[in-house]
Design a protein around this ligand. Structure first.
Ligand code: SF4
Ligand code: SF4
Length: 440
């Protein structure tokens, strides 16, 4: 578990440095992949003072995968960072607030009852105006203030409609449609699409994830409706599940392993494809094959697919979409680009929507600073990373931003709200479902 020997594969060429978002911010070698590998090598040889400085440079890593994706020596940087964090975790001295937030967060995502209660409490917290009120309380600890600011608009369980603050008009009138002209099956000249498909393409499982089932019911509902419209029967897990990514990347690999061991049991059918709507969770579930080879978790991972990839493979069938009324931009999360390497799938599926091509906010990569718990543990760097992304969104003139990871969505929503920008952040499947033409 504590093997850091793969750091020796690093030849210190420095080719990864220009791709590292934290090195670009601080210019400090210790905040670069090469610098961090040197720190890990010293750590492996027990050659280091256990100092807050050491922790800081390792903590500042986003786990974004940009360095690993382009490293010619194939240094498994993500795996090494997980190991290094597990090694240093027992040596840390955390403040009371830090410990409270970390331990509560890590416990909550593993607890089905806890996360259900939290979701309900947060709905009340927002509806009663307590969230806005708390924002005005002076001397509120910085972490609590940031948590309060990051909290997205809560969607009660079973949500099917857009959030209350959405200005988007749902279901365009049929006369505003721009029908696509090739390869679309028209039944009788009047009914271009049916409400329900006449064929069944099999069953798929929809993986809710801990964060998704609490903060993103809208995406899960839209994914379900799109899949059903394509002819799939959609099953949900018998119980809430957490993939373990947060634990794995935050120095708690044993809990991550326990969570992975429970995952195969959550879907009753043992053969259905499992579709995931958060790219961070997809990446970690797929990683089970390497992390836990020859286990039921690894077998489960063989069935996992990101929803956008699945939709592209599946094809749009006879679905038709209206043109959006607002300009659309896309922000690709690090996990979709560097880990899944399927960012083009997102853009290709969006070609189903007529009208101008969406603006890609980060064609050359980069990170919005969400990075799992990073947006809470490294608030200053996280904000500095999100600022240029938000600037580019505002410059694009888009009224909608699409992104495929729940963490990025929360981070961008909060940053845009802080600037009073009327820009909605959605998963692409939500826009697809909103624009889907259904004949009444
Ligand atoms: S991690 Fe890879 S790209 Fe970066 S310095 Fe080492 S060998 Fe070069
Ligand atoms: S994972 Fe990302 S932040 Fe961490 S060293 Fe690599 S490029 Fe830099």
């Amino acid at each position: 578990m504590n093997d850091l020997s793969a750091t020796d594969r690093c030849v210190k060429c420095g080719l990864c440095l220009p791709h590292c978002p934290t090195f670009a911010l601080t210019g400090n070698e210790a905040d670069s992949p090469r610098g961090r590998i040197s720190l890990m090598q010293a750590l492996g040889k027990n050659d280091l003072q256990w100092s807050p400085g050491l922790f800081l440079h390792l903590d500042r890593c986003l786990h974004c995968g940009a360095c690993e994706a382009m490293c010619p020596s194939r240094v498994p940087f993500g795996r090494l960072m997980d190991t290094a964090r597990a090694v240093i975790e027992p040596r840390r001295k955390r403040s009371l607030m830090n410990r409270l937030v970390r331990n509560t967060g890590l416990w909550l995502v593993t607890s089905p009852a806890g996360i259900r209660v939290l979701g309900k409490l947060l709905v009340v917290y927002q509806k009663t105006g307590l969230q806005s009120l708390l924002g005005w309380v002076p001397l509120l600890p910085a972490t609590a203030r940031r948590l309060n600011r990051l909290l997205p608009v809560m969607q009660p369980a079973g949500t099917k409609e857009a959030p209350i603050n959405s200005s988007y008009r749902r279901r365009p009138a049929s006369n505003s449609l721009k029908p696509l002209d090739s390869g679309i099956r028209q039944n009788d000249g009047k009914r271009i699409n049916q409400s329900f498909p006449d064929k069944h393409r099999g069953e798929v499982g929809l993986f809710g994830s801990c964060m998704g089932s609490t903060f993103d019911q809208l995406t899960l509902s839209a994914a379900r409706q799109l899949l059903q419209r394509l002819g799939y029967r959609v099953s949900s897990p018998a119980r809430h599940a957490c993939c373990g990514a947060l634990h794995q990347h935050n120095g708690a690999p044993n809990t991550a392993r326990q969570l992975a061991d429970m995952i195969p049991g959550i879907f009753s059918d043992r053969n259905t494809p499992i579709l995931v709507t958060a790219s961070g969770c997809t990446a970690h579930l797929l990683d089970y094959k390497t992390l836990y080879p020859d286990t039921p978790a690894a077998t489960f991972a063989e069935r996992v697919s990101d929803i956008m990839h699945f939709l592209l493979e599946s094809g749009r069938g006879d679905m038709q979409f209206a043109e959006p009324e607002q300009k659309v931009a896309v922000y690709i999360p690090c996990t979709h680009r560097n880990n899944l390497k399927q960012h083009q799938d997102v853009m290709d599926v969006l070609k189903w929507i007529p009208g101008p091509e969406p603006v890609l906010i980060n064609p050359d990569g980069g990170c919005c600073g969400a990075a799992g718990s990073y947006m809470l543990s490294q608030p200053e760097l996280s904000e500095r990373l999100s600022n240029p992304v938000v600037e580019r969104i505002l410059e694009s003139g888009a009224g909608l931003v699409l992104t495929t990871n729940i963490g990025c969505s929360i981070q961008l929503q909060a940053a845009l709200k802080q600037r009073a920008a009327a820009v909605e952040v959605l998963h692409p499947v939500v826009l697809l479902e909103r624009l889907l033409y259904v004949v009444p």
